[in-house]
Ligand binder design. Structure first.
Ligand code: CA
Length: 530
């Protein structure tokens, strides 16, 4: 009798273990493809008028494209910290790139929680949070910003230098890790490019692309910033007409190229550079020349990201991973592509805060669907946990996007956003001043139609009706006809600051941090092309 009971128990236990294993294997893999400073208006799936991105477009045609995804704080490190923690900058502590300390890796992050849930976690490429990565079974990162050719990778075993173009090399290493991983576990891979970050150095495959072609200029390239904070910021350093360095403009080759790479580089730029130095354009012609040089190199950098996404997708297919892998394409923020006369980001204006977000999830997401809800990088951690079937900790501040992903397109169209929006308003806060470009500190609120921004150090406000003024050229803060909307947004802004527990006072850099920044800034200023 006892023997029989033992045998039955044994069978039940075996069955339970088998069920557990089966459910473990069913947890989908998560492949997070992340670039740096890739604006939606340089992705054809988002309607770019200046380039084509066939592989990103294919991902969109097989998945869902989020039109209204926004960064909470539009710079590299802070956006990454928000993604890892699911918390606003003031809660995760990484508020600025240039001062205020390293990312505190001892805190809770979604990779750590996925690890606990049985995932194998890996990080390959750009990190930019200074502290040693935590929560990853495997990591190899570019030190600091990294470089565009012959990158160095730092890992637990030391630093190696690899010959090649960084976007290609990061992909090689990501695919290599996928080959070597423990195939009994689901994986979460953060595959993170440096490109198309400044200084937009093209790879050998695209260095000659767009030659002899004129890329259309954005409508606001010659914006005078009248009535807006930029006109009150004499220190601002982000205009294409004045603040590009010799390296940005490819007027001198980078020091990190080897002999063969340098020869190809010099061949590619030689004729145009010779013509430039012989007859330096002035005034508007100078801005036009610089815009063309800048945007072409930016788009060439994007081209390599797109090619490499194609390589990764082919790998998933060849290795039977396509069905059970969720692929996300995103970037840490947007970027000004000559819009308002600028390169760079930081401002709460649309081009800067709008992030690409495209998700392919076979059998869950309707191929070729679109979402227009207000979502943020703040939501990514909870989304990844939800995908893995892990309950999100209550101190995370975002919302899982999984319910939105599972909506059919017709449900999207039918649901009433007026009465039950996924999110009625987003909160934004930029702190890094002093910092590169000297954008004034500001916070604000954006709904599906309106935006209110408080430049609290300048003591000014801006209000935009995005439906009638999508380029944000007309600050309506003093327009009496808008006073009811402005009052409503001011109230919502106060509520959001309270809900997210935003402190009344900002931290300030120490004297040493100010000095270090001043030294770095002095170095960059000496590199400007005049
Ligand atoms: Ca960035």
């Amino acid at each position: 009798m006892n023997k029989l009971i033992n045998m039955s128990l044994g069978l039940i236990c075996t069955a339970l273990v088998q069920t557990a294993n089966a459910s473990e294997q069913q947890q989908p893999n998560i492949l997070f493809v992340f670039s740096d400073d890739h604006a939606t208006h340089s992705i054809s799936a988002y309607g770019s008028k200046i380039n084509q991105t066939p592989n990103i477009d294919k991902l969109a045609s097989e998945g869902m494209l989020f039109r209204n995804a926004f960064a909470t704080n539009s710079i590299c490190g802070p956006s990454r910290a928000v993604i890892l923690t699911g918390k606003h900058s003031h809660m995760n502590g990484f508020m600025n790139n240039e001062w205020g300390g390293d990312f505190d890796g001892s805190q809770q992050t979604f990779p750590k929680l996925l690890q606990k849930a049985g995932y194998q976690t890996s990080l390959i490429g750009k990190w930019h949070l200074y502290s040693t990565p935590t929560g990853f079974d495997h990591w190899e990162i570019l030190p600091g910003q990294g470089r565009y050719y012959n990158p160095r990778f730092k890992s637990e075993t030391g630093t190696v230098e690899v010959t090649g173009y960084t976007t290609d090399v990061i992909t090689d290493r990501a695919l290599d890790w996928l080959d070597k991983r423990d195939k009994n576990k689901p994986f979460m891979l953060m595959y993170q490019h440096k490109a198309p970050h400044r200084e937009w150095a093209p790879g050998p495959d695209h260095i000659d692309k767009y030659k002899g072609i004129e890329i259309p200029e954005p409508a606001t390239l010659y914006d005078d910033h009248k009535g807006r904070a930029a006109s009150l910021s004499p220190d601002l350093e982000m205009s294409i007409s004045h603040f590009l360095t010799k390296a940005d403009l490819k007027l001198e080759p980078p020091a990190y190229l080897n002999e063969a790479q340098a020869a190809n580089w010099n061949r590619a730029y030689a004729a145009e550079n010779k013509a430039y130095f012989e007859n330096k354009p002035q005034g508007i012609a100078r801005t036009k020349w610089r815009y063309q040089r800048y945007i072409k190199d930016y788009l060439r950098s994007v081209d390599s990201i797109d090619d490499n996404l194609g390589r990764v997708m082919a790998y998933l297919k060849e290795n039977n991973l396509e069905e059970n892998t969720i692929v996300i394409y995103s970037s840490d923020q947007g970027f000004f592509l000559g819009d308002h006369g600028w390169f760079d980001k930081r401002w709460m204006y649309e081009d800067s805060i709008n992030m690409p977000l495209i998700v392919k999830w076979p059998n869950n997401i309707q191929p070729g669907s679109e979402n227009t809800d207000l979502v943020q990088n703040l939501d990514f951690a909870q989304t990844f946990l939800d995908i893995a079937g892990v309950n999100a900790p209550s101190d995370m501040q975002g919302k899982s996007l999984v319910p939105l992903m599972k909506e059919r397109q017709e449900q999207q169209a039918q649901k009433s956003r007026e009465t039950q929006p996924f999110r009625d308003a987003i909160y934004y806060h930029f702190y890094e001043n002093p910092g590169w470009a000297f954008v004034p500190r500001h916070y604000g609120v954006r709904t599906d139609r309106y935006k209110l921004i408080h430049f609290y150090k300048l003591g000014t406000w801006e209000f935009y009706d995005l439906k009638n003024d999508p380029d944000e050229l007309n600050n309506l803060i003093a327009d009496a006809s808008q006073s009811a909307h402005i009052a409503q947004l001011k109230k919502r802004l106060t509520q959001l600051r309270s809900e997210y527990q935003v402190p009344a006072e900002d931290p300030e850099p120490t004297l040493m941090e100010r000095f270090k920044f001043w030294m770095m800034h002095k170095g960059l200023s000496s590199q400007l092309e005049d």
